[in-house]
Design a protein around this ligand. Sequence first.
Ligand code: SF4
Length: 372
Amino acid sequence: MSFLDIYNKYENFDFLDFFSKVNLNDVKNTFHKETLSSYDLVVLLSNKSDVFLEELAQKARSISLRNFGKVIFLYTPMYIADYCVNECSYCGFNARNAASRKKLSLYEIKKEAEYIHSTGINHVLVLTGESRIESPVQYIKDAVKILKKYFSSISIEIYPLEKEEYKMLIDIGVDGLTIYQEVYDKKMYDKVHISGPKKNYLFRMETPERAASVGMRTINIGILLGISDWQKEIFFLAEHARYLEDKFPSSEISVSIPRIRPQVSGFTAPYEINDKDFAKIIIILRLFLPRAGITISTRENAYLRDNLISLGITRMSAGSTTVVGGHGSSKNNSSEKTLPQFQIFDERSVDEMKNMIILKGYQPVLKDWMNL
Ligand code: SF4
C-alpha cells in the first residue's frame, strides 16, 4: 500500500457537496476530540468553521504549547545549483527560462558554508534544481561532506531519488528531506508540469516513503498554495502527513504550505488564498496533525510570519536567499548573479529573526539535532 491508495479513495469525493451540508454542530463536535478523523478534517475545511475560528485558534495554540513548548527552530536554505530539466510553469528555474545557470564549485560551497555558519545557523537545507546530469548524486555527496564540517543538521531538497541513493546520503550525513508534491490534483499536476521527469506524479508522491523506509530522520512534505483549490489540497496534504506519521513512526514528519510568489516565468496563481484562509490552514493542520512540524517560509511577509507563530508554527527560515551562492560566494559579484527561484518577502537576517522570536516570548533554536 502507498499513499496513492488513500488518494484514490478520495480523488472523486464531492467536497463541495459535503461542504454545503456541514452545519455548526458538526464543527462544534470537533472541539473536544483529541484525535480528529478524516471526516472532522473536511468539516473544519468547510466555510462553516469560520464562525469558530477564534476557538479553534485557541485549541491550536494550546496543542502547540503542549507538544512543542515556546520554541521556534531556525534554518536557512542554501542553493548550490539551479540547472533544471523540468518545465514547471510556476518556477523561475524552469528549463524554458533562458537565464544563465550556475552550479557552485566545492570551494564556493565551502565559502557559502563559512558565511552561513558565521550567522549562527546550524541547520541548512541544500537545494538544487532538478538535473541529474548537472547535479549528480556524487556532487550532492561531495557537497554534504564539506557541509558536515559546519552544520549539525543537513537536509536536502533535490530531485527525487531511489531508496539506495537516499541510504547513501543518509550514511554520509544527510538527515532531512524536503519534497513537495506541489499539487495533489492530478489534472492540475499534469498541466503545470509541462515536461521533464517531474511529470511522473506517482514517483514523486512515493518519494517521502522511499526516504523514510531507509531511515531518513525528518521528512518535510508540502504543496504550493494557489495552484489548485486549497481546501482539497490541504485535505490531501494533511492525510499524506498522517499516513507517513503512522507508517514511519521513527521519522519526524512536517508540512510546508508556501503561497506562490512572483518569479521570472510570470505564472499567475489561478487560486487566491487570503491571509485569513492562510491562518485557518495553519490552525487546521495543527489540530489534525498535533505532532507534526509546520514550516512558514520567507514567501510570507514579516508581519504575517510574526503573528502566526503562536498558532502552531515550529520552523522558520531566516537569512534566506533563493539565488545560487546568494549567501556569500557570489553575493557581492553582480556578474555571477543568476535568477532567483522566486522572490522572497521576508528578507530579515538570522539575528533579526532571533530578536523577533524572543520579543514574541519564544525561544529561537538553532540546533536541535547532532548527526554524529
Ligand atoms: S520547481 Fe523544481 S523541478 Fe520545477 S522548474 Fe523549479 S527547480 Fe525545476
